[in-house]
Write a protein that binds this ligand. Structure first.
Ligand code: LMR
Length: 400
């Protein structure tokens, strides 16, 4: 029956973990998937998460189904975190919001909703490059996927002129995907001034901005600063779509905690949108998982846990920044050919090193160091115990 099924390629990101797990060398390092590791290279469960879980256990809660749209105390708190607790739209109840299976699920709900109801276009424009899963998510949602210029290889920075030109040349009212902060895979974000210009162009062209915010707090260490783009766009009058993930900033990866929201004109429109979001969700997975949303909701709603969580996010962001400094200094000290300032300039979980595909292959085969083929490394996989070995191996690979 299935003789027609061809073998599919491994996933460009999660396939790296599979290769890493097969490698038996004790020096091996996995810098593929964007998952935080502590200074000892171990997965890190946040103290605020542990405390929230203890409190939930003590409450002896049941395991009933959540509503289709998820846990209201969590989704409301997620909207406040993104848009600002005292924002008028939050206060007046004009934000349609549903719980999602982390960021991927939020993007998929949003993609399906736009494919069904966005009246002006069925095409979404992604930055080039973008997270590897964006294209399949939106394609499978029923949208056509195109790209706009974003990354400039020659400066290892933002191609701002190219980006603006492409935004201006797209058909009016196109859907534009924007990474709210800590762009994945490049680690290159627009400055606040550049965001303001981008917002102006998008408004003039009547485009529809869809924000993917998977790293709020992870870029700068501050959840407020990292929400700048989202909040500026909303203040400028854009009706945005927003995907949120709590995988990275709360370390809730496998719990699959996220939210999808849409800014509506008023509470009545919001209610109509939410009714349709539920119709998108119900045939896909019925209703979302309970445990992770309870954890995130507890942290977001309890001031003392919230304060502790904010400190922990900052701690993770700071450790990554310190690894950037060390990696940069090591590569320079080892007289590695090329310019390495971008490692310090880039922000968030990833660094787009500029390593070529043959170099990444050599690193995997000779040094047991794994990263995605585009030369992206998850900075969080580096620590005091492996950074020197990593730097030396990279330096050797670049020298050839
Ligand atoms: C990544 O880019 O590594 C993360 O967003 C994890 C994933 O699911 O790809």
């Amino acid at each position: 029956t299935w003789s027609n099924v061809p073998a599919g390629p491994p996933d460009p990101i999660l396939g790296v973990t599979e290769a890493f797990l097969r490698d038996k060398d004790p020096r091996k390092i996995n810098l593929g998937v964007g998952a935080y590791r502590d200074e000892n290279g171990k997965p890190y469960v946040l103290t605020s998460v542990k405390k929230a879980e203890e409190s939930l256990t003590a409450d002896k809660l049941d395991k009933e189904y959540l509503p289709i749209a998820g846990l209201p105390s969590f989704t409301q708190a997620a909207a406040k975190l993104a848009y600002g607790a005292d924002h008028q739209l939050v206060q007046t109840g004009s934000i349609a919001v549903v719980q999602s299976i982390s960021g991927t699920g939020a993007l998929r709900i949003g993609g399906a909703f736009l494919a069904r109801f966005y009246p002006h276009s069925k095409t979404i424009y992604l930055p080039v490059p973008s997270w590897g899963n964006h294209t399949p998510i939106f394609r499978d949602s029923g949208l056509e996927v195109k790209g706009y210029r974003y990354f400039d290889k020659s400066t290892v920075g933002l191609d701002f002129a190219g980006m603006k030109e492409d935004l201006k040349n797209m058909p009016e009212k196109s859907i534009v995907l924007l990474h709210a902060c800590a762009h994945n895979p490049t680690g290159v974000d627009p400055t606040p001034e550049q965001w303001i210009e981008i917002s102006d162009i998008i408004r003039e062209k009547g485009h529809f901005p869809f924000f993917d915010m998977a790293y709020q707090g992870f870029a700068s260490g501050s959840t407020v600063r990292d929400a700048f783009a989202v909040r500026h766009f909303v203040a400028a009058g854009h009706e945005i779509a927003l995907s949120q993930s709590f995988a990275k900033n709360m370390g809730l990866y496998g719990e699959r905690v996220g939210a999808f929201s849409l800014v509506a004109a008023d509470p009545e429109q919001k209610a109509r949108i939410e009714s349709q979001l539920k119709i998108v969700i119900r045939p896909m997975y019925s209703n979302p998982p309970l445990h992770g949303a309870r954890i995130a909701g507890t942290i977001l709603n309890r001031p003392e846990l919230y304060a502790e969580w904010e400190q922990e996010v900052k701690g993770m962001a700071d450790r990554i920044i310190s690894m950037r400094d060390r990696l940069h200094d090591n590569l320079v000290r080892l007289q590695t050919p090329g310019e390495w300032e971008h490692i310090k300039r880039q922000i968030g979980m990833f660094s787009f090193t500029g390593l070529t595909q043959p170099q990444t292959k050599v690193l995997a085969e000779k040094a047991h160091i794994y990263m995605t083929a585009d030369g992206r490394i998850s900075m969080a996989g580096l620590n005091g115990g492996n950074i020197d070995y990593f730097s030396e191996s990279v330096s050797k690979a670049v020298k050839g």
